[in-house]
Every structure is written in C-alpha cells, then in structure tokens.
Ligand binder design. Structure first.
Ligand code: PMP
Length: 394
C-alpha cells in the first residue's frame, strides 16, 4: 500500500512549502560568505519593512520561548512592575518568565476561550505605574485572538510610558499586526505563520525599546542581548553566535512568498480561510472553544462532541493514519479536544485534504458524519472566495 503523506496541521510546525524546503537543503556555506551575508542583511531589512518597524529586527537561532525571554531581558531590570495578561497556557508561560526575571508581577487572568479587552487592561493598569505589559496575540491553547489593535490604541492614549511586549508566536505574519500600532517588542519564531522549519527566534524592537536597552547596565544574559546582536543585524559580516545559515535562507524565501502575496492579502486570506475551515469542522459536531468574536485566523481548538465518547489519543492516532497531524489540547483542555493550525502557506489542496481526513477519522472512530458534507462546505467557501476575489490568474 502507498503510504499517505502527513500533512502537518499542528499550530506549528506548519506545512513547509517546497521552495522553502529547497533553501533548507542547500549546501551550507561559511558565515562570512558574501552571498549569505547579503541574504541575511536583506531578510532582516525586509522583515522590518513588512512589520513597519522603526527600530531593529533580530533573527537568531532559537525558539519562540527564547524570543519571549529576549524581549523581557532587554527592557527591564529587577524590581520593575510588570502586568502579564494571560488567557491560556502561553500567557501563563510568560508569567513564569517574567517572575523568574524577578519583576514585580501582576497577572490579568482571563478565562480560557475569551480574550483580554482594552477595558480590562485599562482597569488593571490604572492601579499603579507599570514598566511593561505582555500580551499574547493569539493564544495557541485556545485559538483565541486578542483585540490587539484596540488594546494598543488604548495603551497609546492612556499609558504611553508602558513598554508593550507582544507574543506573536501564533499570529505574526498571519493575524494582522504592525509595530507602529505602538508595539515596543513583537516576537515570533520560524515554524508558525512563516512556514519555515523550527529553529529561528524572530524579534522586532521599536526605537524606544532599543534605547531602553541602552539605558540599562550590562544585562545578565549575553546570547540574547540586543547590544550583542545589533552590530550583527546591521552588518552580518560580524559575529556573535553562529547564524543558522540554511534557516535564514529558508526565511528569505518565506519573506519572498509573503511579499508576492502581499501582507494585507495574507492577513485577509487567513481570516477567510479560518471562517470556512471552522464552518466545515463545526458541521461535523466539533465545538470551537473560542468565543465567536475572538476566533483566531491562524488556528482553531475543538472539543469533541459531548455525546461522541471519542478517545482523544485514539482519534488523533487515526487522524494521523489518515494523513493529518493534529496537536493535543493543553493543561485544563487536555483530553477534551484537539488543535488544528490553518496558518502560513496553506493552499486549497491542504485545506480540502485536511477536512477530508477528519471526515474519515470520524467514521473510523464511530462518530457519525455524512461523508462529503464538511468537505462540501469547505469547497463552497473556497469557490465563493475565488469569485469574490476575482482570482483570474488561477
Ligand atoms: N507563545 C505561543 C503563543 C506559542 O504558541 C508558543 C509555541 N506553541 C510559544 C510561545 C513557545 O514557542 P516555542 O515552542 O517555539 O518555544
């Protein structure tokens, strides 16, 4: 029997396009190779442009968690006041990171499935003077997107002195955000909306954040110090830590794809795809855990239907056999459902195959569904999109 290839529909890693994989497979060169140095410089500049960043962009070896630490470490000192907004597992991770930095930490905890609002944040910040706030743009444990633009605009007018750190790991490059909304540090990694293999931590810092670092004494960490990396990002002939050459090439190709699509179209596509994907999933009885107005454009988290008695581990193993890798739910949601990504370079083949595999997995697990119904809903959505967007060339 021919093996069914696995579609990586987890909320990271996401499917890696052929042309991006090709870059990862290239023959590695020395860090000082003139071609590579030019490529590194170019991808840093392009990423600054796409996210409208007036400061610095950093691309270094690491994962999203490293970028979370890098953000806090460069703009705070022990004893600073921090407000961490958490609406799930990764917001809780930020709480731990901030507390380990020995900041005076207050936590704005919002129930899973919902999002922190400008009003809630305003109320919390009015209680004392804060140095930083951290916000998770898309919470990967719930598939909730925070109303970041509205939050940033409230912060800009009511608390302009507070440094704004945004965890964009499951959002940046797929869910709309721009540094000039008033973000001081935005961070992500390669394996999410950029559709590159895991291994790169990516961070944008506003001019104000860069200056904040300069005003600090030497920070305890060296690998993640802005001051060590700024010379390298501006002139990659310089060295601080080994640049992951092939991943940087892969990132360059990812940025080329984003520019070809256009960043605003990319944000719009994610929104449209999420709506039709969700309609197809809900038609099979799965329950999206996110409040409707806060459903993320980049991933969805579904509970199994109450009456179905589906065993989570069994369902996901059958789904994998049918060709789709899904992620387990985390912490308080563990065992109750599963998480599917729909971010990055997701094409029509991928979407249709993913929903078709879920239909087959449902059947094999004894969950009654009508074959083709969910796929049909998806197909109708895709074709409607085709005509509305006038995709003549495709
Ligand atoms: N923040 C969010 C919102 C995430 O989804 C993740 C990873 N899923 C992280 C941080 C941590 O990223 P990494 O696993 O690359 O360290």
């Amino acid at each position: 029997m021919i093996k069914t290839p696995k579609l990586v529909m987890t909320p990271g890693p996401t499917p890696v396009a052929r042309s991006i994989q090709d870059q990862t497979a290239r023959e590695t060169v020395a860090f000082g190779d003139a071609g590579f140095v030019g490529d590194y410089k170019e991808v840093v500049a392009e990423l600054k442009g796409i996210l409208r960043c007036n400061g610095e962009c950093f691309i270094i070896a690491g994962s999203g968690t490293l970028a979370m630490e890098m953000a806090v470490s460069n703009v705070t000192r022990q004893g600073d006041n921090a407000l961490v907004c958490t609406h799930g597992f990764f917001g809780d991770r930020y709480t731990e990171i901030v507390q380990r930095k020995r900041l005076n930490t207050d936590i704005l905890k919002v129930k899973w499935g919902s999002a922190p609002t400008p009003e809630l944040i305003d109320k919390e910040l009015s209680k004392k003077n804060y140095n930083i706030i951290t916000i998770t743009h898309v919470e990967t444990s719930t598939g909730v997107v925070a109303p970041l633009k509205e939050i940033c605009s409230m912060l800009k007018s009511n608390y302009p002195e507070v440094m704004v750190i945004v965890d964009g790991v499951a959002a940046t490059g797929g869910a709309e955000s721009y540094m000039d909304w008033g973000i001081d540090i935005l961070l992500t990694c390669s394996q999410k909306c950029f559709g590159v293999a895991p291994g790169l931590a990516i961070l944008w810092a506003s001019e104000r954040a860069v200056q904040a670092r300069k005003s600090l004494p030497p920070i305890p960490e060296s690998y993640i110090d802005f001051e060590k990396w700024i010379p390298v990002m501006n002139d990659p002939y310089k060295y601080w830590g080994a640049p992951p050459v092939n991943l940087i090439w892969a990132m360059k190709e990812s940025v080329r794809i984003i520019k070809e699509e256009g960043i605003t179209e990319r944000y719009d596509r994610h929104k449209r795809q999420a709506v039709i994907f969700d309609a197809a999933m809900e038609s099979m009885g799965f329950l999206n855990v996110a409040e409707t107005i806060y459903r993320a454009p980049t991933l969805s988290v579904y509970f199994y239907p109450g009456e179905s008695n589906i065993s989570d581990v069994y369902f996901r193993s059958i789904l994998a056999k049918e060709g789709v890798q899904a992620a387990a739910c985390l912490a308080e949601y563990a065992g109750k459902g599963f998480r599917l990504g729909h971010m990055g370079n997701i094409d029509k083949h991928t979407l249709v195959s993913a929903i078709a595999a879920v239909e087959r997995a449902c059947f094999r697990c004894g969950h009654k569904i009508e074959f083709g119904k969910a796929v049909g809903i998806l197909q109708e959505g895709l074709i409607k999109e085709h005509y509305e967007k006038n995709y003549e060339e495709n």
